[in-house]
Design a protein around this ligand. Structure first.
Ligand code: ATP
Ligand code: MG
Length: 186
């Protein structure tokens, strides 16, 4: 089975973690091996030494790319949910890996949602380096998939991503490979 990477980029509160978890569930239900590399979770475990400056974000993201590469090499689909605000970095990740799936959401909605209360803190000046407030977010120019979490439900977003993976041949290929392997064709 060939592994690949699904990369969700978007502002804080745009729905990356929510969609990534649901996407992982569906892929597991379909019989695929899928691992989740969520920004917060991986940061706690892998990058407790790093902050949110451009340099630190990049170092953290490079670690995630490295792990994702190891997983993909071993036939596992890795779902990366990381703000990854800089175009140049995503170009590097694309070069190293394969797929990018974008979660697109307006800043107004993110501020309204504010699931972690971070925008409120940033707007009050309690935290610095907040993407979309003090720090830039550079939208992807040519994403494989765009989901609009303003207008689509969580299920619709996940189904849009799965449909595109199917269209791109990732899911199909894997299903065929699996049934070939079962029949001893390889
Ligand atoms: N269509 C949708 N897709 C994803 N999330 C949605 C959608 N509609 C509403 N939501 C809600 O929006 C919030 C998104 O929060 P979530 O933690 O997933 O964002 P995030 O992009 O991972 O943020 P962060 O970068 O801070 O980790 C959740 O409370 C979720 O329930
Ligand atoms: Mg998240």
């Amino acid at each position: 089975m060939k592994g690949f990477t699904i990369w969700l980029t978007g502002l804080s509160g745009s729905g990356k973690t929510t969609i990534a978890k649901e996407l992982q569930n569906k892929l597991l239900m379909l019989g695929y091996k899928a691992e989740l590399l969520d920004g917060d979770d991986v940061r706690r475990n892998l990058s407790p030494d790093l902050g949110f400056s451009k340099q630190d974000r990049e170092m953290h993201a490079k670690r995630v790319v490295y792990i994702s590469k190891l997983l993909a090499r071993n036939g596992i689909i890795s779902i990366v949910s990381l703000i990854s605000p800089y175009r140049a970095f995503r170009a590097y990740a694309r070069e190293e890996l394969k797929d990018f799936v974008d979660v697109k959401c307006s800043i107004d909605t993110c501020i309204k949602r504010d699931p972690k209360g971070l925008y409120r803190k940033a707007l009050n000046g309690e935290i610095q380096d907040m993407t979309g407030i003090q720090d830039p977010y550079e939208e992807p120019l040519n994403p494989e998939v765009t989901v609009d979490t303003d207008r689509q439900s969580i299920d619709e977003c996940v189904d849009t991503i799965l449909a595109r993976l199917h269209q791109l041949g990732y899911i199909n290929t894997l299903i065929e490979e699996r049934s070939n392997a079962k029949q001893g064709k390889e």
